[in-house]
Design a protein around this ligand. Sequence first.
Ligand code: GAP
Length: 443
Amino acid sequence: MEKIVSFCKRKGFVFQSSEIYGGLGGFYDYGPLGSQMKKNIKDSYLNFMVNSRQNIVSLDSAIITNSKVWEASGHLKNFTDPLTECKSCHKRFRADHLMEKNNVNDLSLLKCPECGGELMDVRNFNLMLKTFIGPVEDASAVAYLRPETAQSIFINFKNVLDTQRIKIPFGIAQIGKAFRNEITPSNFIFRTREFEQMEMEFFIKPGEQEKWYKYWISESMRWYTEVLGIKKENLRVKEAAKEDLAHYAIACSDIEYNFPSIGWSEIEGIASRGDYDLSQHEKFSGQELKYFDEATKEKYVPYVIEPSVGVDRLMLALICDAYSEYEKGRSQDGDSMETVLKLNSKISPVKIAVLPLVKNKEVITSKAKEVFDLLSPYFISEYDETGTVGKRYRRQDEIGTPFCVTIDFETLEDNAVTIRNRDTMEQERVLISELKEYFNKNV
Ligand code: GAP
């Protein structure tokens, strides 16, 4: 993981937030390549989840809501983690994580992992980040930064139903920031205090929850393996034990990724939430949040299946999965390490690198710039003329660029370029007039 963290910083994927001021625990900034990669992940999600289905629509709601939302959802009361603190060094820890790591059920058997000091009794710590609305910072002005995007979907259930021509089963998906005052943010962008979620609430007829719960687990696995190309052996589905379920869930499965250093850990939770949320919001708002089935004349509060993925965690999984090192280069006889980021081309931050074979021949560089101008409005491209072609290929391999296009002296004769594939390193000659079509098919 250390290697991945320094790679992400060195190449401009992820930086520590507020770095010039010493950083801020649990917050990260996404650099030029990271922000582009994140956008590609979100675009892929929207394509897979919303655009290619007739019965799923999208939403983009406010981060701050009326505080009653969190009272109704149960977050104010139940969204807590067990906190303990060392009596000597005053470091704070998640009590459940400490016990799990040491394989014990009783915290009093443990000492502080930092200094060996005695640990305080456990208290429940609410994870929601607070702020105040307006000029007076009193109790009536308290508001919360949302700890999940899901609740805004539930409170917009009626708005969506009344304005869209959709029938159950249907889903509302949303991508957006969520905030949790994690006790111990850890493992780089795996557990942070500000992160992004991609959540979908799928509203169904009560009684059909088993079928749809299984369906969405298999759809998520299909997205990871067939669309994003994550290696199957690094993914698994783990059903939660009843006693570990969140306060709203009747069943939940985690999709886990086998992260280096961290081991198997959740990237997505798929929960069967019953009618808990809509019923709670009916109770607290006094508004009816039921569905009327025209065909059967039945009226009911729908049940919900919720697939919920973290963008940041998924991005970390994708980078870990794609990161490959070759001690002596891919040819095995080189004298330096070669790194290749074998990202799916849909996710790669840069799709095409345009490389003039030489940089001191105007005819070549101006032709290369023409090719860059032709491709860059359609595909994120880079123009690079510095160093040998071999070095430039390696630079692009390292950041996961799937294709390099080289312009050479022959190009001036035949109006064709050489396309080099990142993974196979094979090269093919393609006419400049056919490049757009070629990349439309391949990235
Ligand atoms: N609405 C359900 C919900 O929020 P969750 O399991 O708490 O469920 C869903 O969160 C996903 O959000 C997780 O699988 C993870 O990918 C991401 N996530 C949760 N907490 C996170 C954190 N502190 N940092 C980064 N990602 C987080």
